[in-house]
Design a protein around this ligand. Sequence first.
Ligand code: C2E
Ligand code: MG
Ligand code: MG
Ligand code: MG
Length: 293
Amino acid sequence: EVKDRGRDGVVVFSDELSRAVERHLQIERCLHFALHNREIEVLFQPQVDTTGRIRSAETLIRWHSAELGAVSPAEFIPIAEQTGYISELGDAVIARAFQALRDWDRAGFPLEQLAINISPRQLVHLNFVHRMQDLITRYLGREHAHRITLEITEHVVAEDTDRVIHIMQALRQMGLRFSMDDFGTGFSSLSYLKRLPFDELKIDRSFVRQVDHDTNDQAMVRTICDIARQFGLAVVAEGVETEAQYRWLTTHGDLLFQGFLFARPMDANAFFDHCRRAPALKPDTSRAAPAAG
Ligand code: C2E
Ligand code: MG
Ligand code: MG
Ligand code: MG
C-alpha cells in the first residue's frame, strides 16, 4: 500500500516509524500468548571439538506465531525484556532445556555441557538465582549444575555491574559456568573480563565469517585465543560454516566449534538422533545406564 511513497524523507520516516511501532505492539501482544499457545520451540545446536565429538550444545529459542509467522529471537527477545515477559519465557526455556538434558541422560547420551542464553533483564530479575536453583533441583539434581553454561553478552553488565557480579558469583557457587557471548563486538569486553567471573569466551560470528582469508579477523581470533589462555578460559567459535574456516581455526587454537558446517539447531529428538548417527559423536554405550526406572 505504500508503493508510491513520496521522495519526502519525513513522510518516509514517519511511515516506517509507525510501521515499526505497530510491529512492536503486535509482537508484544502475540508474545503474551505464545507460551500458552505452544508456539515456542526450543532447539539445540551442537558444539564439537577438533575430533568431531559433541561436547556441548547451545539452546536456541524459536517462535512460530500463528498470526505473525516465524519471528526471530533477535527481534522478540528485546521486546520480551522491555515488557518483563522475559522471566516467564526464560524460565520456560530453561525448564525445557533441562528436561531435554535429562531425557538424553536417560537415553544413554549424557551430554557434558548445555549452554543457555540468558538476557540482561532475566539475569538481574528478582530471584533469578533461586529460580535457577529450583529448576536445577527439580529437573536435574544439584550435582548436575556444573553441566550448565549460561551465555551472557557484555550488554548485561552495562546497567548494574556490582549486582551482576553478585548474581554471577552466587550462580557459580552452585556450580554453573559462564560464557561471554559475542565476544569482541562490544566496547568493554576486556574490562569486564577483568571483573566478571567468566569461564568461556564465545567468538562472534562476525570474526569467523572471513577468518580463512581476512588478516584482520585472523589477528582478532588469535588475540581472543591468547586472552583466553592468559585468563584460563575456554573458547567457542560460533557460525562456522565452511571447511576453510574450520581448518584455519583448528590450526590456530584449542577451541570448540558451532555452526552450520556441523549441524543446524535441532529439536531435542532430532538432536538425540543426530548424536547417535554421527560416528564420532556416538554415545559411549558401554557406560550407558541400564534401561531401568
Ligand atoms: P547467539 O546467542 O549469538 O546465537 C547464535 C546465533 O547464530 C543463533 O541465531 C544461531 O542459530 C546462529 N547460527 C549458528 N550457527 C550458524 C552458522 O553457521 N551460520 C549462521 N549464519 N548463523 C548461525 P538465532 O537462533 O537466530 O538467535 C539469535 C540470538 O537470539 C542469539 O544469538 C541470542 O542472543 C538470542 N537468543 C536465542 N535464543 C535465546 C534464548 O532462549 N534466550 C535469550 N535470552 N536469547 C536467545
Ligand atoms: Mg548464544
Ligand atoms: Mg553468540
Ligand atoms: Mg551472536
